[in-house]
Design a binder for this molecule. Structure first.
Ligand code: GCO
Ligand code: MN
Ligand code: MN
Length: 388
């Protein structure tokens, strides 16, 4: 089917660390050879992706000399040009190196906090060099196991200080970055500060430049906390704060699985894609996932193609949902009301308040209205399972 063919206009992106994931896990060594950034750019482009994103050290090793850096970045830029690929987002690795064992921006040690800020400024320079406009902050090590070790209120203040400083840095360099904060409840820390996207949405308004800062919700991270991802993203989108999104999948609230998008949570992700497509989310559709550890390199490309294909299947199903006469007439029935009460915006004036206070409602009759949600939901299931 032609509309299941990924194209640049769909804005599908992957991280170098996603397709490049060699299959390491906490219990086992890598099962695949690393794939070079240049090969990743080429293969993703051939599959129809729009861009690649990276952490500073996915591209340039942490101990690279200036000359090595320039060579690597030069080759990478050439590959981007050759294969028509972009880098919409960049980020910093503030979690792998042992120096960050007790946090980066929230380490108890001011030297580590400053080093984290320095590393981020350099990574922002690198991102800007390849045209990135979105900068993600995932505080993987910003947390604690022993709460006795750290004052959580201080940690939040340090995090704020770093964000304010880095916003000013972006402005002063003319980088025009939008910052996107990514929450996760735990892993690798026992607990991570700002455990959900909602927590970040509250925090953003305490910053010096709230207009520059939004969120980067990830499917699996919110599901680890038992939340409904569609609802999480709705709040971010409605607030104008959905600056980026990490698409993947997860089998319920357990360790972070980063599974192929759409491989598990089919109904919830259908409503997610429907919303992204219909509420004019303009940002990249980024897949922060990786292939099963049992795969070889060919399987990695099957995985990448699968993520994009599932997104497009959901998009196609959303179109059919909207065109389905039975579904639409059920929705019309569900939404029908007494025309006298047609929704006038509930805007406060003293007169309106008096008017609402004096309205007469037949509570018992209202409660008898039929809500055929069983039928509606089953039609959605029929649609998604392909028998409709
Ligand atoms: C995870 C995280 C990371 C971040 C990435 C970008 O699954 O552990 O989602 O993959 O998204 O580090 O900062
Ligand atoms: Mn992520
Ligand atoms: Mn994840």
């Amino acid at each position: 089917m032609n509309n299941l063919q990924p194209k640049k206009e769909h804005k599908f992106t992957f991280g170098l660390w996603t397709v490049g994931n060699p299959g390491r896990d906490p219990f086992g060594e890598p099962t695949r050879q690393p794939i070079s950034p240049v090969t990743i750019v080429k293969r993703l482009s051939e599959l129809g992706a729009y861009g690649v994103n990276f952490h500073d050290n996915d591209l340039v090793p942490i101990d690279a000399s200036a000359a090595e850096r320039d060579k690597i970045v030069g080759e990478f830029k050439k590959a981007l040009g050759d294969y028509g690929m972009t880098v919409p987002m960049a980020t910093t690795n503030l979690f792998s190196d042992p120096v960050f064992k007790d946090g980066a921006f929230t380490s108890n040690d001011p030297r580590v906090r400053l080093y984290a800020v320095q590393k981020t400024m350099r990574a922002m320079d690198l991102g800007a060099e390849v045209g990135a406009k979105i900068y993600v902050f995932w505080g993987g090590r910003e947390g604690a196991e022993a709460d006795a070790s750290k004052d959580a209120c201080e940690a939040i203040k340090w995090f704020r200080e770093a964000m304010n400083f880095l916003c000013e840095y972006s402005i002063s360099q003319g980088y025009d970055y939008k910052f996107a904060l990514e929450a996760k409840p735990n892993e690798p820390r026992g607990d991570i500060y700002f455990p959900s996207t909602g927590a970040y949405l509250g925090f953003i308004n305490t910053l010096d430049h709230p207009e520059m800062v939004g969120v980067n919700p990830e499917v699996g991270h919110e599901q680890m906390a038992g939340l409904n991802f569609y609802h999480v993203v709705a709040q971010a989108l409605e607030a104008g704060k959905l600056f980026h999104i990490d698409l993947n999948d997860q089998k319920g609230p357990r360790f972070d699985q980063d599974l192929r998008f759409g491989s598990e949570g089919i109904k919830n992700l259908f409503f997610l894609v429907k919303m992204l497509e219909e509420k004019s989310y303009e940002g990249p559709r980024h897949f922060d996932a990786h292939a099963y550890r049992s795969e070889d390199e060919e399987g990695v490309w099957d995985f990448a193609a699968g993520c994009m294909r599932n997104y497009l299947i959901f998009k196609e199903k959303a179109r059919r949902f909207n065109e389905d006469k039975e579904i639409q007439s059920l929705l019309a029935e569900i939404r029908s009301t007494d025309p006298a009460f047609e929704p006038v915006p509930l805007k406060f004036t003293k007169v309106r308040a008096e008017q609402v206070k004096s309205m007469r409602f037949n509570r018992a009759e209202l409660a008898t209205k039929r809500l055929p949600y069983e039928k509606l939901d089953q039609l959605v299931i029929d649609l998604l399972l392909g028998v409709r």
